[in-house]
Design a protein around this ligand. Structure first.
Ligand code: GLY
Length: 378
């Protein structure tokens, strides 16, 4: 009697992620999902920082499937972002997240010259946010009239600097790389603590560049350890090493990775803050797990053969646990792929829900496990 060979979990996970996304694209199309509430992804305005993750995930799944509906939606999202790029006023440091996963992805995959120009425009705006005195990329613009946040830099921006490294690569002009390196040097010096945990926000005096204080931001407290921020640092530093070969980035990425891994609970998926007290910890952040897993897989490649398994094995464990324990595979009433993401506890927003960046990094991690690039940050 013929029996069907069991698929391994990675193949199974990929097929389920693809099937769910093929269903989702029919409703979401060129929209910009962020958090899923009551089973449906809420769509944000295109200028929101998460706008790149849905099209980025569509490109990843398109690469593995050649499903043209996915590609068409990714390209439509990229075109919709033109209004944001041309509007200028809403642009902040998240230009990197937004245009790396749309225009840079499209240019890498298809050679589309219009996408290349968009990516370079975005890189120019991002580079222009550099504060020369403080050697950091400014995070946000004022949220309210008169607010002064010109001195704030955040760890998330570690994932925005790849756009600058890539802009230097494709334009032949080293200026973008200089800015990216200066900012990542600041991350190493000012954001990463000796134990490998990180600050979310550092406030500088924007006029003199003096470092004033660390702030809690999306973490529990200034001296706590927000898990997604830790993942941004881990992955961003590894990417900075990939683009520059500078040993300090690799060494620091390893320090951050060891902190992250040493603080995981039994099911390998982090709480939202590693150092929040027990009564405040409660929620997991599956998106931090997914992002760290994909970063760890790149770190495993960069660390060399002898050390690779130190990073690859736990990355696989995280992804497998996300698949088996956090996946919403059999729930047709849930658009999210991965449950239990936590966006912003201090502001009480999007807690314990699927988040589009959790879905994105889960799929990216699977693609890495299967050797199925290219990866747009590289
Ligand atoms: N501030 C971006 C994030 O939630 O990670």
């Amino acid at each position: 009697m013929k029996t069907e060979a069991a698929l391994d979990w990675k193949t199974e996970a990929w097929m389920k992620a693809l099937a769910k996304t093929q269903r989702n694209v029919k409703r979401i199309g060129d929209g910009f999902p962020h958090a899923s509430q009551n089973g449906r992804y809420e769509l944000e305005a295109p200028h929101w920082w998460t706008a790149g993750f849905w099209p980025g995930m569509l490109w990843l799944l398109y690469t593995g499937s050649r499903d043209e509906e996915l590609r068409a939606a990714a390209e439509a999202c990229e075109r919709r972002l033109d209004d944001v790029l041309n509007d200028y006023v809403r642009l902040d440091h998240d230009l990197g997240f937004m245009w790396t996963l749309t225009s840079m992805a499209s240019y890498k995959l298809t050679g589309n010259e219009t996408s290349k120009i968009r990516a370079l425009k975005a890189a120019n705006y991002l580079a222009a946010r550099f504060n020369i005195k403080g050697r950091y990329i400014r995070a946000w613009n004022p949220w309210i009239e008169g607010e002064d946040n010109a001195g704030l830099a955040i760890i998330d921006c570690s994932m925005n600097t790849p756009l600058l490294f890539l802009a230097s690569e494709i334009s032949g002009d080293p200026r973008y790389r200089h800015v990216a390196e200066a900012h990542m040097d600041t991350v190493v010096r000012d954001f990463v603590r000796p134990d490998g945990s990180v600050y979310h926000i550092i406030r500088y005096d924007p006029a003199t560049g003096e470092r004033l204080e660390g702030l809690g931001g999306q973490g529990y407290a200034p001296e706590s350890a927000w898990s997604r921020g830790t993942a941004w640092a881990l992955y961003g530093l590894t990417l900075a090493y990939h683009h520059t070969g500078k040993q300090i980035y690799l060494d620091t990425a390893k320090t951050v990775a060891h902190f992250f891994l040493a603080n995981l609970p039994e099911d390998h998926v982090p709480y939202w803050d590693f150092r929040a007290p027990d009564e405040a910890r409660i929620y997991r952040d599956s998106s931090a797990g997914a992002c760290a897993a994909s970063g760890l897989l790149l770190l495993a490649e960069k660390a060399g053969a002898v050390e690779a398994s130190i990073y690859r094995t736990p990355a696989q464990r995280i992804l497998e646990s996300l698949y088996r324990n956090y996946g919403a595979w059999d729930d047709d009433n849930e658009e999210g792929l991965i449950l239990h993401g936590t966006s912003h506890v201090p502001e009480g927003r999007n807690i314990d829900v699927p988040l589009i960046y959790g879905d994105y990094f889960f799929v990216e991690g699977l693609a890495r496990l299967q050797g199925q690039g290219p990866f747009y940050w590289e």
